[in-house]
Design a protein around this ligand. Structure first.
Ligand code: ASP
Length: 428
């Protein structure tokens, strides 16, 4: 019998998880059954993905950089990567602003709903504000300081320090290029082998993906707030989702224009990573799978993907920046504020920077939204308005974040002749 393709398996897991949870909510014991006995499998699945994120970055980036054999290639690739990441982010924020100004979702929120939402979620959002204040209190060059770890063991001990691990791995790779070949060879061979082991582990972990996403989505359904609140925020959520869907079309278009690869090829190749991003709301947890898909199914040379994707997972968040721009203006509209063109241009700048600073974990975009709101002079209490629908939107924006990394990776690979032809494979 033909094996079902991985993206279908994951999709079936997701749908089954939602249906199962809906069924369970009919029983008074259903919710605790899912929280106590099903959710842990989702957590185990996410943990096992995160478990290999740091070793994966170390092994693949060291291998990738040292394979480049000369530093000018590295700087050429680095330059293109950053420029493309910034361009796609600015496009995303601007698209968000255009849509939210046309649809004006904030104006449909009644005074009564607004008060209700603030009353419901006002308390919860103070936690976000505190975190954002901490991030904002530091000096202008703090972000730069944060990239350079003072201790690599400590840095690799926390998945939040991914940029520090990336920095170390690039430095190490550069060191490897600069020493004599007979000395570098054993080290390179070690990392080559190490890298292969990690890629194999990803395959093994992904065997459990359908069960993992089943558990994650079932838990999400029983823990989500009431449907009424979702309804009140329908237009806002619609605007964000419309923007995010348009971004997916844009990626398909640019990939087609610059690499001649058809949308079907791109989407088929990347879809397991997208579905995983959707289920986990974390680009960092999805990174191992994104790497595998882009390399083995989209034909990007590992030299490129090992450099472009880990950096993208940490700094390139088009979905997050689009969401932040829509959310900021939505809140302003709901509070009856009129934002000038200058303020909206300011939102483009801060949302771009905030998305670079957002961690690749669930809910990070909302923390950084506080900074966007503060810069634009929009009341932070407005966070409470959008809290109810944040998780589903987080799922969608993470999917876009991951797709954008993959698209940019293909463009960079094409531009330096490192995009290979692969057959459209049906299986993982
Ligand atoms: N969850 C997103 C990510 O991991 C970040 C965000 O909250 O927008 O890409």
């Amino acid at each position: 019998m033909k094996k079902i393709a991985l993206h279908w398996q994951i999709l079936i897991g997701m749908v089954a998880g939602v249906l199962f949870a809906l069924l369970m909510t009919q029983f008074y014991w259903g919710k605790s059954l899912i929280t106590d006995w099903i959710k842990p499998f989702g957590t185990i699945f996410i943990n096992s993905l995160k478990l290999i994120a740091v070793p994966l970055i170390l092994a693949s980036l060291i291998k990738g950089v040292s394979d480049l054999k000369d530093i000018t290639k590295l700087s050429r690739m680095g330059g293109r990567t950053f420029v493309l990441y910034i361009i796609t982010t600015v496009v995303a924020v601007s698209l968000g602003l255009v849509l939210v100004n046309i649809i004006k979702p904030g104006e449909s929120i009644s005074e009564k709903t607004r008060t209700e939402l603030v009353a419901n979620y006002g308390g919860t959002t103070s936690k976000f504000k505190e975190e954002a204040v901490k991030q904002n209190e530091t000096g202008p060059l703090q972000a730069l300081i944060d990239i350079v770890p003072s201790n690599i063991i400590n840095a690799s001990g926390d998945n939040k320090n991914m940029l520090q691990v990336i920095f170390f791995a690039i430095l190490f790779g550069v060191g490897l290029i600069l020493i004599k070949e007979e000395q570098s060879k054993p080290v390179k061979d070690f990392f080559d082998g190490f890298n292969e082991v990690i890629l194999k582990l990803i395959d093994i972990i992904m065997l459990a993906a359908p069960i993992g996403v089943f558990a994650l989505l079932a838990a999400l359904v029983v823990e989500s707030p009431s449907l009424d609140l979702f309804k009140a925020l329908g237009w806002y959520a619609f605007t964000v989702v419309l923007g995010l869907s348009t971004m997916i079309l844009i990626y398909n278009l640019i990939v087609f224009i610059f690499t001649k690869k058809k949308p079907n090829f791109f989407m088929k190749g990347i879809s397991p990573a997208q579905l995983l991003a959707f289920s986990t709301s974390s680009s960092a947890a999805t990174l191992p799978v994104t790497m595998e898909r882009v390399t083995e199914h989209l034909g990007v040379d590992e030299e490129v993907s090992s450099f472009v994707l880990p950096i993208g997972a940490t700094i390139n968040m088009d979905g997050t920046s689009l969401y932040q721009s829509v959310a900021a203006v939505f809140i302003a509209q709901a509070f009856g504020m009129d934002l000038t063109l200058g303020t909206q241009l300011g939102i483009i700048a801060t949302a771009t920077l905030a998305s670079i600073g957002s961690a690749a974990v669930p809910g990070a975009g909302m923390v950084m939204l506080v900074i966007v709101l503060a810069q634009a002079g929009i009341p932070e209490a407005g966070l409470a308005l959008i809290f109810a629908v944040d998780r589903p939107l987080d799922m969608c924006r993470t999917t876009v974040n991951v797709t954008s990394d993959a698209a940019v990776c293909m463009l960079v690979a094409k531009s330096i002749d490192k995009l290979h032809d692969v057959e459209v494979k049906d299986e993982n």
